[in-house]
Design a protein around this ligand. Structure first.
Ligand SMILES: *[C@@H]1O[C@H](CO)[C@@H](O)[C@H](O)[C@H]1NC(C)=O
Ligand SMILES: *[C@@H]1O[C@H](CO)[C@@H](O)[C@H](O)[C@H]1NC(C)=O
Length: 336
């Protein structure tokens, strides 16, 4: 009887939380999400693999303008381990322009792989995953009062996706988040973070991005997201990536499980179009073409050098011959 009450309580709590337990791997892993969350099995899901030779260049696409990112107020921000990711709450003073409506910021979070793996991003470019990915989530504040109200509506959300790669130096902007992870190791833990310049989390060149209609990359996978994925990557150090991969746990207590590989695999593009704000320079020459171009230039240089050498030799020979003739002539004159 007591067991039965307990069971009911667990069911009630699960219902109250508003969803089924989900993970990235195992019996509740991503292949099984659609069973509990039907929209995860729908046809405009995220992330995607962005195939740059199939994107549509749109010269009319306005640049994304982040506002308030430089000075996000003075109030401390909540940093939270929700068991699936680390999430930083953002104030609505941060917002985006350059989209169909005004979108205000709500939170940012990260996706990553496991130690030693170069793959951890959700979006891929030409089949290439990056080490990690930052998502900054905004909602349409012209039409809705809150993130939760907008979350299931078409284009209710706008998410900025930043691919992260490993570079030589530590990224101080990301350190504002990463240096606090040890305080929120367990699922459910919170800490507060002083506001910092969030513009520095974005890649250096905001003008190059991809735009498409997609979804939340976690259950319930609502198809409500207007995605902006930047072409350029932001860099963090290897030490910073490892901190992300090795600090957080997906469990509330022991036995502990490391919170790793929290990325969803690319989903089918189906009938969707991916717009690009720029023309891909790389698509003009593939690596192979660049290589043959290089070899061609080298061969050309060599030919030119040989030509110059032979011409120089011929000129010298001719000059020597002329001198001999002169000498010969002068000798003849003396004898005569
Ligand atoms: C922790 O942060 C999350 C996300 O901001 C928030 O929903 C939750 O209420 C916070 N919990 C505590 C105990 O402050
Ligand atoms: C996204 O969907 C809306 C509504 O169907 C459409 O007007 C818009 O052009 C789409 N945007 C992209 C980038 O495909």
């Amino acid at each position: 009887m007591r067991f039965f009450t307990l069971l009911l309580e667990v069911i009630w709590i699960l219902a109250a939380v508003g969803g089924h337990h989900w993970t990235y791997e195992g019996p509740h892993g991503q292949q099984h999400w659609p069973a509990s969350y039907p929209e995860c099995g729908s046809n405009a899901q995220s992330p995607i693999n962005i195939q740059t030779d199939s994107v549509t260049f749109d010269p009319e696409l306005p640049a994304v303008q982040p506002h308030g990112y430089d000075q996000p107020g003075t109030e401390p921000l909540d940093l939270h381990n929700n068991g699936h990711t680390v999430q930083l709450s953002l104030p609505p003073t941060l917002y985006l322009e350059g989209l169909p409506r005004k979108y205000v910021a709500a939170q940012l979070h990260l996706h990553w792989g496991q130690k030693g793996s170069p793959e951890g991003s959700e979006h891929q470019i030409n089949g290439q995953a990056s080490a990690a990915e930052l998502h900054i989530v905004h909602y349409d504040s012209d039409s809705y009062h809150s993130l939760s109200e907008a979350a299931a509506r078409p284009q209710g959300l706008a998410v900025l996706g930043v691919l992260l790669e490993v570079g030589e130096t530590e990224n101080p902007a990301y350190e504002h988040i990463l240096s606090h992870l040890h305080k929120i190791r367990y699922k459910g833990q919170n800490t507060s973070v002083l506001p910092f310049n969030m513009r520095a989390l974005l890649p250096p060149l905001l003008a190059q991005f991809f735009r498409y209609n997609g979804s939340l990359t976690t259950p319930p996978c609502y198809q409500s997201v207007l995605w902006t994925v930047f072409n350029r990557r932001a860099q963090i150090s290897m030490g910073q990536l490892e901190k992300l991969q090795e600090t957080l746990l997906s469990t509330e207590k022991e036995p502990s499980t490391l919170l790793v590989q929290n990325y969803r695999l690319p989903q089918a593009l189906n009938q969707r179009t991916v717009l690009a704000s720029f023309i891909q320079a790389e698509s003009l020459y593939t690596t192979g073409e660049m290589l043959s171009l290089g070899v061609g230039i080298l061969a050309g240089c060599l030919c030119l050098l040989l030509a110059v050498y032979f011409i120089a030799r011929k000129i010298r020979k001719k000059m020597l011959q002329n001198r001999k003739t002169v000498v010969f002539t002068s000798t003849q004159t003396t004898e005569a």
